[in-house]
Design a protein around this ligand. Structure first.
Ligand code: FES
Length: 289
């Protein structure tokens, strides 16, 4: 089935370089305001293991859609106004989480995202004006129905960013399906330099390997955030435990467990069990195959 013509226009947004100046400027502002740290990690969704933004959009879109239904039912004016006000109040924190994720995206994601955000800002303005009209005893329905159309268009772009462009998706998900169950050799222990990140490949799956004496830690090498190569990252220590920091957007992962110690990544890296047999390092991924 062919993609509908208007939707092909949306695909072209990804390559609209004319959007770069404003998108890059907005990204710089977001990155300057929301600095690395606990707040940024919360906005990314690190504590819940998934991006926070998709969860939060339920409030404004849910309340606004519900208000649209109530507006079609006589006698629901007050309830509609409460729902619209709730949606307007929730828009700022929802947008903050979205801007935070977006600011760590690739250029094509930034282009679509700046249009997505613009549509949502227009929708918030329309709903705010509708609320003002309602508080003054007027209908406000035309403004809110127009807002619903605009926020739906913005939501469609958000879906494109999430599902087509995979911003927020786990870029590491396929690893257990591409690794056979059981133990596999990845080479001699003596060939691994101590205290450095090394890349090895298991079948087609790249691994990042870190040796400390006779202890070896092995993670999938493709960063769960946007596929950065972890073996080119830096080693840091958190609470005495070695971590790797992705070279692309500085997500941090524990080398021992794969857990996220710093966003923007929200999904952990796959962590392999390791053992040394007759000088050869072997790895096994729980739940592989
Ligand atoms: S690819 Fe973005 S932090 Fe690794």
């Amino acid at each position: 089935m062919k993609t509908l013509r208007p939707l092909q226009t949306i695909e072209k947004l990804e390559n609209a370089a004319a959007l770069d100046p404003i998108a890059n400027k907005a990204r710089d502002i977001v990155q300057a305001v929301i600095r690395p740290g606990a707040l940024r990690d919360i906005l990314h969704g690190v504590p819940i293991g998934h991006p926070l933004h998709p969860l939060m959009i339920l409030v404004p879109t849910g309340t606004w859609f519900s208000a649209a239904i109530l507006d079609a039912i006589p006698g629901s004016k007050k309830a509609s106004a409460i729902l619209i006000g709730t949606g307007v109040a929730s828009a700022a924190p929802t947008a903050l989480a979205g801007w935070t994720d977006w600011s760590e995206g690739q250029q094509q994601q930034l282009r679509v995202g700046i249009v997505h955000a613009s549509a949502n800002i227009i929708a918030v303005v329309l709903y705010s004006l509708s609320l003002i009209q309602r508080l003054r005893g007027k209908s406000g329905k035309l403004l809110s129905y127009t807002g619903l159309v605009v926020v739906s268009a913005g939501g469609f772009l958000g879906g494109h960013m999430s599902y087509r462009q995979a911003l927020g998706a786990n870029h590491n998900e396929d690893v257990p399906h591409r690794v056979a169950a059981g133990w596999h050799s990845i080479g001699a222990l003596a060939d691994l330099p101590d205290g450095k990140l090394e890349k090895r490949v298991l079948g087609e799956v790249p691994l990042v390997v870190f040796r400390q004496g006779s202890e070896v830690s092995v993670l999938s090498n493709t960063c769960s955030h946007l596929s950065g190569p972890l073996n080119e990252g830096e080693i840091t220590y958190k609470d005495g435990n070695p971590c790797v920091v992705c070279p692309w957007h500085q997500s941090g992962f524990s080398l021992k467990t794969g857990e996220v110690v710093q966003g923007p990544a929200t999904s952990p890296q796959h962590s392999f069990l390791t053992r040394v047999v007759a000088g050869t390092v072997e790895v096994s991924l729980p739940n592989a195959g």
